[in-house]
Design a protein around this ligand. Sequence first.
Ligand SMILES: Cc1cc2nc3c(=O)[nH]c(=O)nc-3n(C[C@H](O)[C@H](O)[C@H](O)COP(=O)(O)O)c2cc1C
Length: 438
Amino acid sequence: MASSKQAQAGGGTGWGAGASASADATRLRRYPGLQALMKRAKRRTPRFAFDYLEGGVGDEICIERNRRALDAIEIIPRYGFDTSAPHLTASLFGRNYALPLGIAPMGLSGLVWPNADDAMAAAAEKAGIPFVLSMVSNTDIETIARIAPSVVWLQLYAVPEDDYRVTLDMVDRATRAGVHALVLTLDTPMRQKRLRDLRNGLTVPFRPTWKTIYDVARAPVWAFSTLRHRQPRFANFIPYVKGSRRPADVAGYVDRHISGAVTWDLIERIRQKWQGPLVLKGIQHPDDAEHAVKLGIDGIIVSNHGGRQFDAAPAAIDLVQTMKRRVAGRAAIMLDGSIHSGLDILKALTCGADFTFAGRPFLAATAALGQRGPAHLARMFEAELRGVMGQVGVTKIGDCSALSRRMNRSEDFYHLNPVIGKGGSLVGDMPGSANGDP
Ligand SMILES: Cc1cc2nc3c(=O)[nH]c(=O)nc-3n(C[C@H](O)[C@H](O)[C@H](O)COP(=O)(O)O)c2cc1C
């Protein structure tokens, strides 16, 4: 991460004349935002791989809804403070992270770019932000824990076979590997219809068709890189497969056995087994959040799986404030879904989120720029967040929720009078609390 001194050299953010003529600066000129990275990722990957990354469930209305809800948020800046050196550090479960942002779990990321798990984990370690490895990753948890020892988290699904022996064994492996937090994903009780994957003939195990062969031929860098690194495997599952452990056989095992809901019973069993922070991902109803808190859950990721599971799901950002109120400090509230910039992070924080995650942007950055991609994106998010925080008059992550904002134009700004403290800075601990929260 850029130090605040370095950042100030570029007018506080690294955008201005102070940005050095280094490779980083050149990359920033060429890929100044997520759109440019997505465009290059699309050019470099076969159609079926890019569609797997970008697509969602059904008509992809939920993806659009996530985006539109964030776009609609307005924030009133406060001026007159020295905001030249904002502190972006966010603490979560007793640890400090460099930004209130982590990399969301993404299974089968090796299909999008070979060894993407390793590249994203290395970038997260360097940037000091959490990396959540998916249970259906292509590199196993032990290897990722060595690459990213200070930021590694693990996400699990339910594997009901043999009384959940695989899921429960993964909890033990997480303990041995030194994983910081365990994430249980609840919003995938059923497999859903993703039209792009159906159209592209994308199946697990992968069965090449003339169309996929044609797609691969049009993406030579991806093809050579995949040949060099070999076909992606579901690495965490290899120890559980009896008989042949060829990639197709392991994929067949995953396809047959990973299914069904993470139930409240299973959550209770994992809570008893796992001593570290336990997070539920995909919670959308405040009653589910309440139930989670009663079971001793430490954090909730408000999420609709980036619009990949249920097209009628509400925009995740629209749920944050209610969730925050209901949980009332008993668990951390995190958000993912269409976090595309530092401004989106700020918007989430003003709505009451303690932390955010981004998925597709980091994988797209890896497909676009290889190993350098996710590090480039983390730097970009950091500089953007630094810039927008300074612009609106806050210097600490914890103060962002004191800003006045509205979710849509028909709403009033919730409160227009946050207190200005002794040092002349904005403070968010006014009576009645920020943004109308009780
Ligand atoms: C390619 C891909 C694979 C994913 N795989 C998983 C997974 O294995 N486990 C999980 O909990 N979520 C998975 N997700 C959902 C992400 O963790 C996250 O909720 C979502 O991507 C957030 O939206 P964003 O991509 O707009 O940032 C996946 C998302 C993508 C794009």
